[in-house]
Ligand binder design. Sequence first.
Ligand code: ZN
Length: 156
Amino acid sequence: MDLLEIRKHPDKILRKQCLPVDDITGKEFRLFDRMFSTMKHFLGIGLAAPQVGIAKKLIVAEVDGKIIKLANPEILETKGEGYMEEGCLSVPGLGVNIKRPFEIVVKGLNEKGKSVEIKAKGLLARVLQHEIDHLKGRLIIDYMSFFEGTNFRFKK
Ligand code: ZN
């Protein structure tokens, strides 16, 4: 299989502001594919390009059989709010309970370069927001709180 290496914190690439892509060429199309295979191999449900060493605005996800491959994702609307524990392939062994909107509308380019709007709620909305954070150089550790009771735990 054509796997990519997962970059782990404190790798500097994870802190970069990623650049938008102009278009989906064969290069981006293949990268989406390789990112998706890599995500599946490591049992992830979402992956962002900086996690495989590429500072471009590309994310992939799969939740409940729904596959998302999105370039230049941008959140247009949010609704509700709730806590959920998040993990990250780039920060192994850590779970952080993070408060985020429960429902979102995201726009971007799909793997065919077509402009799309995706309505997501629950776990999918959660994953997309987590991956969009990666494109801004933001990690789950940035949400860790040591006050008023910790909101994180170490996993085996
Ligand atoms: Zn992550």
